[in-house]
Design a protein around this ligand. Structure first.
Ligand SMILES: NC(=O)c1ccc[n+]([C@@H]2O[C@H](COP(=O)([O-])OP(=O)(O)OC[C@H]3O[C@@H](n4cnc5c(N)ncnc54)[C@H](OP(=O)(O)O)[C@@H]3O)[C@@H](O)[C@H]2O)c1
Length: 324
């Protein structure tokens, strides 16, 4: 295929490019040339700022398929999709499971209602709720501009090397250090997807011209925080010991779910980690063992400067909480 990746040098985009090159596709990347501009010399590079509507460099190009990794506002998706209307057979929009408003029910599938915004879409993303509602509108804008040609992929937590959030990276890093490790509940459900599995499935789906909307997170069998801890022990060979303090204790000591302790959701709000992805699995989405994701993520984490890391729960604070 002649494949256009809009973005292509970010966390997910770079894996899409790698997966597509490995499949023998001809790659064009469209971006501003700010993020890692020397990546992928074997691909064609077009420059432009989509947010500013600067799509001129795409003129005269034709693609079999396009993957849009960096659409956040309906107007920028609309502008790009209109520009591509006669220039591509297939368009994949990377959306997000954040389209589902809180609280998310366990087993939520693609038919569930998405978050709505009152009035015209804002120019800024001011909260997770706004981010999700904008993504839902972007999905609709894409389908309106390219009816019958759109694949909307909704990833949950994406994990692996180059993840800028450290939401998953926190756990293999912390567990590799050993000792007593603070956690909430061992039986809390958790979902995530290795960025390489996500990328491989998106390329495969573009090849097959798959259309429609798909939740995309893993693993196939239910995973708990206890299971995630075990996978990290396996990957690191560490002697770390989990200390599950429970939702109430952590909250009482001022910890915020998700932000202070990554992937932690309280029992009354854990549906976001129990989303139904059977539709994508039926269409070929596959997951590598979590221990492999943990080992590769840790190797990457150790290769980068310490200042680049996001340490959600500083060790000193963890020690203090464990001692109470
Ligand atoms: N990480 C997760 O856990 C997660 C979960 C759910 C959904 N998602 C979705 O996954 C996508 C993230 O993919 P990503 O990490 O590869 O991309 P990203 O971080 O959103 O975007 C980075 C890429 O887009 C290009 N870019 C950024 N702004 C641009 C602009 N105005 N015009 C043209 N190019 C621009 C960047 O290159 P330049 O800087 O050189 O322009 C870079 O190649 C997002 O759509 C996000 O909503 C992520």
């Amino acid at each position: 295929m002649r494949l256009l990746i809009v973005g292509g040098t970010g966390f997910i985009g770079r894996r899409l490019v790698e997966a597509a090159l490995a499949r023998g596709h001809e790659l064009t990347l469209f971006n501003r040339g700010i993020t890692d501009p020397t990546l992928f010399p074997e691909a064609e590079h077009l420059r432009g700022d989509r947010r500013e509507g600067d799509l001129e460099s795409l003129a005269g190009h034709r693609f079999d398929a396009v993957v849009d990794t960096c659409g956040y506002f309906p107007r920028e998706v609309e502008a790009l999709a209109h520009r591509l209307a006669t220039a591509t057979d297939h368009y994949t929009f990377i959306s997000s499971l954040s389209v589902f408003p809180d609280p998310v029910a366990r087993g939520t599938d693609e038919s569930a209602p998405v978050a709505e915004l009152e009035g015209p879409p804002p120019d800024e993303i001011t909260s997770a709720e706004v981010y999700g509602a904008l993504k839902a509108r972007c999905e609709r804008a894409a389908e309106a501009a390219l009816p019958g040609r759109v694949l909307a992929v909704r990833p949950g937590v994406v994990a692996g090397p180059h993840d800028p959030t450290d939401r998953f990276t926190y756990w293999p890093r912390r567990i590799s250090e050993g000792g007593r490790v603070l956690g909430a509940r061992h039986d809390q459900p958790v979902q995530l997807i290795d960025v390489r599995d996500l990328a491989a499935w998106i390329v495969h789906s573009a090849e097959a011209r798959l259309t429609g909307t798909f939740n995309a997170v893993g693993p196939a069998d239910p995973l708990t925080m206890g299971g995630l801890f075990e996978a990290c022990l396996e990957a690191t060979g560490s002697d770390a010991e989990p200390v599950w303090k429970g939702d109430a204790v952590l909250r009482r000591h001022g910890l915020e779910p998700w932000s202070d302790l990554p992937l932690w959701l309280t029992a009354d709000n854990e549906g976001f980690n129990a989303i139904d992805c059977s539709r994508a699995i039926y269409r070929g989405l596959r997951f590598r063992p979590l221990a492999e994701t943990a080992a590769d993520t840790l190797a990457w984490d150790r290769s980068r400067p310490a200042v680049a890391r996001v340490d959600h729960l500083p060790r000193e604070r963890e020690r203090e909480l464990l001692s109470r």
